[in-house]
Design a binder for this molecule. Sequence first.
Ligand SMILES: C[S@@+](CC[C@H](N)C(=O)[O-])C[C@H]1O[C@@H](n2cnc3c(N)ncnc32)[C@H](O)[C@@H]1O
Length: 219
Amino acid sequence: MRLKFLPSFAKRRGRITKSQEENLKLLPNFSIKTLVDIQKAALDFKYCCLEVGFGNADSIGHDALNNPEILFVGSEVYMSGIGSLLRIIKDNNINNVKIFSDDIRLLLDTKNPIETFDAIKIICPDPWPKERHHKRRLINNSFLELLHRSMKQKANLYISTDWENYADSINETLHKSSLFDESKSIFLEKKGLTKFEERGQNEGRDIFKFNFQKGNHPS
Ligand SMILES: C[S@@+](CC[C@H](N)C(=O)[O-])C[C@H]1O[C@@H](n2cnc3c(N)ncnc32)[C@H](O)[C@@H]1O
């Protein structure tokens, strides 16, 4: 079958440990499959935020623990990362996290989009540094359109990357887009560094941050 989207993530070999395997058994309790599922779950919360590609759950785990009034939806394809988030959920008895364990574009690419999210965070999307791989990068016009359709008016979009060449491309795509406006206010201030931000810094790269909001423009 032909894939609708070019994979934006690298295949990882990484073995799943016994304890990650145990935690992964909890996935059905937290798994959501559609925007309608999210809307239903969000009724019990003041706000609803999405993190795309949460990796080892450094950011979403911290956010969920410290903001019980917000429902956090995390999307990740990397099973051992999903296992890490499930461990945080279990150890802290967290009830404000839902997980989409597949390519986020499959959730957002629906005929009937619903304005669901108050904020979306994407920290260090896979950089695909080689030029011939740039087409695999997640942040492009068609992805921004998908995000835009699922966001509430004025919802916040935060993206960071530690790859200058990707930062240039994100900057250009966001500034040329009529769907988003640059924003001064961040919905949820980010604390600490994620694994990939830390790696970037240790390897001498800067972290480029983009803070935008959904504009009033028609999509
Ligand atoms: C470079 S890692 C960054 C992880 C984490 N945000 C951090 O800063 O440590 C990018 C993550 O995005 C995930 N990812 C890439 N494309 C995705 C997609 N289309 N849907 C969901 N997750 C995706 C990858 O599996 C990977 O774990």
